[in-house]
Design a binder for this molecule. Structure first.
Ligand SMILES: [Zn+2]
Length: 475
């Protein structure tokens, strides 16, 4: 009996002890949870500088000024400085962001700035280099603004259906690529070209999950044949200094807006600055024979040499009796300057949209000189040649100085060369004095016939514009 009683008591003691331990554990757990909740509340609500350079921070600071006490004391000047530094950091240029703040007088006395700098340094330390030869390159032609006009059954419809992309498709593609972590870089972020023409690989460092890509647009000329087919008329600089498109409506009135790649990307980057590495945007490949960017800046519009004027050009000049060549050039230059200031670059697409390998070297020289004489003065010099027709001056094997075309183009200052290869995700070839890059066409043809080849970039079904006639004609 006694032994039994004892063992009962012992069991009771053990039970109570384990219940006490359990209660203590629960109490501890509650404490830890409460602590975590408090930390979370602090991080999200009270600690203003948690992830302080998130893209929206600048806007938040302005709009929530009245609600958030600590920011009331921050001057407008300080806010604009921080917004500027935050934007640099959001575009992965941590060094410039840090330099901007450290370069201000009184940096040592500003805790806010020190906290910001520390946060930039922390994010920078977490970045890693992306393999340069794995960078993908996508391109578009002029975007279709009015599907009904582009796909109206006329003789140009099939071509538009094959190689053009509509605005709704473009917007979906860009949003999807952004959601997947894609970040626009320049090909000049990939390689450094030295004074002597030698080329060396550079480093692109990005936070985890971010993937660099190159964006290009071909034939941003608003060619005569496209008038009335639902495309923008030209690029312009609006009263706020922004690059926009003009579009001629049916009643002849002119609308101004985002109707093509350049202004659409500019507007997207305004709200998604982290889409543009160091603020770099795309590269626009230009021919010259009908001018650039919608401006009729070629020699023939000046000389009106009958032997060289095409039917389109004659018609244009007849319809525009007050055409002023110098004014046209000045306007085009203003657009090109505004684009460069916004992070855009220009490439040669050859003056005459030629496949150089199918021409004599002499013809290639004439073509290149025309680009140098009539396009370069408007958009500035470039060392990038984006071949027309997806052509190239050699097969996939490295360029050699045995190749007269390469020797000539190199002597004319071209260091970076692009062809078209939609079959692979990335095609980058870096030689001792050049870089070559394959590009992927994101157009009706590719989306219709090879949606699987685009899976790493975007979902075709989501992007597809149902106004596009099917089947897309075979090439
Ligand atoms: Zn082209």
């Amino acid at each position: 009996m006694g032994r039994e009683d004892l063992s009962v008591t012992e069991r009771e003691i053990r039970r109570r002890r384990s219940s006490l331990i359990m209660k203590s554990l629960i109490a501890l757990l509650i404490l830890v949870l409460a602590g975590l909740a408090a930390l979370l509340l602090y991080e999200t609500k009270f600690k203003v500088y948690n992830n302080p350079w998130a893209p929206q921070t600048g806007d938040l600071m302005e709009s929530s000024e009245s609600e958030t006490q600590p920011q009331k004391r921050v001057s407008a000047q300080e806010q604009s400085l921080e917004a500027q530094a935050n934007r640099l950091a959001a575009q992965y240029d941590y060094d410039a962001a840090i330099e901007l703040l450290k370069g201000q007088p009184g940096f040592d006395r500003s805790d806010r700035r020190k906290i910001l700098v520390a946060s930039y340094e922390k994010t920078k330390a977490g970045c890693s280099p992306y393999a340069i030869d794995q960078i993908t390159h996508v391109f578009f032609h002029t975007l279709v603004r009015d599907d009904a006009k582009a796909f109206d059954g006329d003789e140009d419809m099939d071509g538009y259906n094959q190689v053009m992309t509509t605005i709704s498709e473009f917007n979906s593609i860009i949003q999807q690529m952004y959601n997947r972590g894609y970040v626009m870089v320049s090909m000049h972020d990939m390689v450094e070209v030295a004074e002597d023409g030698s080329v060396a690989t550079k480093e692109i460092r990005l936070p985890a999950g971010k993937k660099p890509f190159v964006l290009s647009q071909d034939d941003c000329s608003y060619y005569h044949y496209m008038a009335g087919d639902g495309f923008a008329e030209k690029l312009i600089v609006d009263e706020n200094g922004k690059v926009k498109n003009s579009y001629i409506e049916d009643d002849g009135s002119v609308s101004i807006g985002d109707y093509d790649v350049v202004p659409l990307i500019d507007t997207f980057v305004e709200s998604h600055p982290d889409f543009a590495y160091h603020g770099h945007k795309g590269i626009v490949a230009l021919t010259g024979y009908e001018g650039v960017l919608g401006y009729r800046t070629d020699e023939v519009y000046k000389t009106r040499e009958a032997a060289r004027l095409t039917g389109w050009q004659t018609k244009f000049l007849e319809e525009h009796p007050d055409f002023d060549f110098e004014k046209e050039v000045a306007e085009a230059k203003a657009v090109a300057d505004a684009m460069r200031a916004e992070g855009w670059e220009f490439a040669s697409h050859t003056w005459g949209h030629i496949n150089p390998a199918a021409r004599s070297l002499e013809q290639v020289q004439t073509d290149t000189e025309r680009w140098r004489d009539w396009v370069q003065p408007v958009v500035g010099a470039t060392d990038v040649l984006i071949f027309a027709f997806g052509a190239d001056i050699s097969d996939w094997t490295p360029y050699s100085h045995e190749n007269a075309y390469f020797n000539y183009y190199k002597s004319m200052g071209f260091n970076i060369y692009c062809n078209v290869d939609g079959s692979v995700k990335a095609w980058v070839q870096i030689g001792s004095d050049y870089m070559r890059m394959g590009r992927r066409n994101l157009d009706g043809y590719r989306m219709y016939y090879n949606p699987g080849l685009l899976e790493d970039l975007f979902d075709v079904e989501t992007a597809w514009d149902d106004n596009r006639p099917t089947p897309v004609p075979q090439m």
